[in-house]
Design a protein. Structure first.
Length: 286
């Protein structure tokens, strides 16, 4: 009873502060004592940028490489702790040099460091049949650099809060699932609040290979300070908007270890780099 009261108190505290929707996997929570940990790599590079009006413009080539840890842990069967920690973020702007004159107009720049992270919980509200509905809450931790002179930002310097609803449905005995979420991001220091949403569907082949197709979206409410721009090439930009889509595969090497690979493209873009995003990962679970 005492433990139950402590868990309820923890839930209420996090609710009052108000999970990162980029790292959700449907409404299902982990069983008590179970965990999932993934080491991920993400890479994109482009010399094109969608401005505030959606117009595609040329920019200095920007490369973005990130190593991150993502984890889930079952506190109870209905309550999971979830975290996302990009512990190494490397950014690079190419040198600009005159083709004929050889004049160097910009010497290039690089930036290495930790990026903004998230910590939160996912709480299962109800379950009926083969469907589940959960609520997620997270705190955005401003661990990155929001003041680089070349705009190579690894953070936005603001302590945001996110809340969302998550739905999941299994079509068992068919090896198919569907999940969706919708959420709200409370932002500060002149950044606009945001609505985020997405869905995914997956099919498992021979209990070994899971093929996923995922769609995610972000819509700004434009209630911030328009003089707050963010970084170069859409790095932590204000008033971002996009719809991304793409496949991902997860392969179980053993019952406890697996690998992932995916790619996503985008449309409906504002204040973001125009580039495909490539992702690789390795995970362990019990």
């Amino acid at each position: 009873m005492i433990l139950h009261r402590k868990l309820v108190a923890l839930f209420i505290i996090v609710l009052l502060f108000t999970i990162n929707n980029n790292i959700l996997a449907g409404g299902w929570t982990k069983k008590k004592g179970k965990f999932f940990i993934q080491l991920g790599l993400q890479y994109m590079k482009s010399n094109k940028f969608h401005d505030i009006n959606g117009t595609l413009v040329d920019i200095n080539t920007l490369g973005d490489f990130t190593l991150s840890l993502y984890g889930e842990y079952g506190i109870t069967d209905n309550l999971s702790l979830v975290g996302f920690f990009p512990f190494y973020h490397r950014l690079a702007l190419n040198k600009i040099q005159g083709t004929n004159s050889g004049t160097v107009y910009f010497p290039g720049a690089t930036k290495n460091g930790i990026s903004d992270s998230d910590i939160g919980i996912k709480h299962k509200l109800t379950e009926w049949g083969q469907s589940v509905l959960s609520v997620g809450f997270s705190l955005g931790l401003p661990l990155g650099d929001s003041n680089d002179p070349n705009g190579l930002l690894t953070g936005d310097g603001e302590f945001n809060q996110k809340v969302n609803l998550q739905y999941g449905h299994s079509f068992y005995p068919l090896p198919i699932y569907f999940s969706a979420y919708a959420g709200y991001n409370f932002r500060h220091k002149g950044y606009t609040d945001e609505i985020n949403f997405g869905f995914e569907t997956g099919y498992t082949f021979a209990n070994k290979l899971l093929a996923i197709f995922r769609v995610t979206g972000l819509k700004p409410l434009r209630n911030g300070d328009n003089t707050v721009a963010g970084g170069a090439g859409g790095l932590f930009s204000n008033n971002q908007q996009y719809l991304t889509y793409g496949p991902e595969i997860l392969y179980n090497v053993t019952d406890n270890v697996g690998v992932t690979a995916g790619v996503k493209a985008g449309t409906w873009a504002r204040n973001v780099l125009s580039a495909n995003v490539y992702r690789l990962g390795i995970f362990i679970r019990n």
